[in-house]
Design a protein around this ligand. Structure first.
Ligand code: ADP
Length: 469
């Protein structure tokens, strides 16, 4: 949605700027064209007016106005060439007026008198309704002795106006199309890099601690996007290194701790056999042994987790009946439940086949049942179910125990997480049991989830791919 809107915004900006530039250029072009055409026509009229002034009107005193009119008709044939010519004496009398043009586009008698031209040799007299607009050049002869003459030569401005309108229409009609085309082109062009951004984002979304060896797509375009994905990839590489380092550290540390712990335990056990010890000394040794055992358990679990992380989850791959494995495991734990007068029951009527590492999946059942018993008060009940549903093998462990608060529930599968430390009845374990369950499930392409109501009980559910028997 983000990239779509970015794409939309960029295209909009692009289209807006393009429209402004194109419209500006078109206006410049059209008005310059009109100006140029008017100028060249006006100049031609002015040239003719000067010609008439210098060759004919200058000698009118000698030749007379009749000859003047005759000459103009003969030389310029204003009616035939749709031209307007008028010669007015300074006393206001019209000495010559051309007749109606062949195309009848204007009435010469109705053309308003030319206003005094300022700086410009020609102008447009105010339009008369129903007549073609004219471009009229006016030249005044300077005669120190006799009367002055105003020579006006004009022609229709209609072709210029028509051309102007035509070009305006043409541009008005084609501009929207051109703009739409440009916007569409922009939309497509912007789409390509934005698609790449989308793909980078999607890939980045996919990358987690489990696939840090994967990298984002890199476009070899040498642009900012290539640099972005390259630097993100370098960052992922550094994260990967750091992650591997910490994993290796945990693996090495837990491995190194196992031997001294085993020796320590052995020595303590041997010491406890010593008959010379007094009862209080023996008791202290006993609690020391308990602590060492707890430590050993934590180290074993850490070690198991780091091996799971390293991808050794399915060291063994066999097909077996999960129902049978679960029942056997539950039977082994019955004593533990009986100690606390907890009713441990199971229901697994039919074989449920799965494929994977038997020992590890047994660990899943043990950890879940162990927790259920551990977090259920004396006299409660724990129930185990194994069945096949929706193409998955489902193993569920429910209890009537203390439950898990809604705040804690999303974190119970995190490493070293323990909800409500004070209330946990037995202090053993370190919050690694469920993390191991989750790792094993993931390694078997399965998943585990939990629902719980604080004070009422919890239900953990493992789902694994079914195997054909
Ligand atoms: P721990 O070694 O503390 O049992 P786990 O990873 O097995 O570690 O469990 C993490 C935490 O989840 C426990 O500390 C406990 O608070 C909670 N929890 C796990 N199973 C249950 C359960 N069946 N009922 C209530 N709380 C549970």
């Amino acid at each position: 949605v983000k990239s779509a809107s970015l794409r939309f915004r960029l295209t909009l900006w692009y289209a807006a700027i393009f429209t402004a530039v194109a419209a500006g250029l078109a206006a410049l072009l059209v008005f310059n064209l009109r100006h140029y055409l008017e100028n060249s026509i006006g100049d031609a009229q002015a040239r003719r007016a000067h010609q008439i002034a210098e060759t004919l009107v200058a000698r009118v005193d000698a030749t007379g106005e009749g000859y003047l009119a005759q000459q103009i008709d003969a030389l310029y044939a204003p009616e035939k060439s749709d031209r307007f010519i008028r010669i007015t004496r300074s006393d206001g009398r019209v000495a010559y007026l051309s007749g109606a043009p062949a195309d009848q586009s204007f009435n010469p008698a109705a053309v308003p008198a030319a206003p005094p031209t300022v700086g410009q040799e020609f102008n447009r007299p105010p339009a008369v309704a129903g007549q073609a607009p004219l471009l009229v050049a006016a030249v005044r002869t300077g005669n120190p002795t006799g009367p002055n003459y105003l020579i006006e030569v004009g022609t229709s401005a209609a072709p210029v106006d028509a051309l102007f309108r035509h070009v305006l229409w043409l541009l008005g009609l084609s501009l929207p199309g051109v703009i739409a085309l440009a916007a569409a082109g922009g939309y497509v062009l912007i789409g390509r890099p934005l698609n790449l951004v989308d793909r980078i984002a999607a890939k980045a979304e996919e990358i987690s601690q489990h696939n840090l060896d994967e990298r984002l797509p890199v476009s070899r375009t040498g642009d900012e996007l290539e640099r972005l994905s390259l630097s993100l990839n370098h960052m992922i590489g550094r994260l990967d290194d750091a992650f591997q380092n910490s994993k290796r550290f945990v693996a090495d540390a837990s491995h190194e701790l196992r031997t001294p712990l085993t020796i320590l335990r052995g020595e303590l056990e041997e010491l406890a056999q010593d008959r010379a010890l007094s009862a209080p000394q023996r008791e202290r040794l006993g609690s020391l042994l308990e602590e060492v055992e707890r430590l050993t358990k934590i180290v074993e679990r850490l070690f198991a987790l780091s091996r799971l992380d390293a991808g050794e989850a399915q060291a063994e791959r066999v097909k077996f009946d999960l129902a049978e494995l679960a029942i056997a495991t539950a039977a082994q734990l019955t004593l533990l439940a009986e100690d606390r007068s907890i009713a441990l029951t199971w229901e697994a009527p039919v074989p449920v086949w799965v494929e994977g590492d038997r020992a590890r999946l047994k660990q899943v059942v043990v950890n879940l049942l162990d927790n259920a018993i551990k977090y259920t008060p004396d006299g409660g009940s724990v129930r185990l179910e194994v069945l096949a549903a929706e193409g998955r093998a489902v193993l569920a462990v429910g209890d009537t125990g203390i439950g898990i608060s809604a705040d804690a529930l999303p974190h119970v599968f995190d490493r070293f997480f323990r909800a409500d430390k004070a209330r946990s009845r037995r202090p053993d374990g370190a919050g690694l049991g469920l993390a191991i369950v989750k790792s094993i499930c993931h390694a078997h392409l399965g998943e585990v989830d939990a629902v719980s109501v604080a004070g009422k009980g919890s239900r953990f559910r493992v789902r694994l791919p079914l195997a054909s028997p």
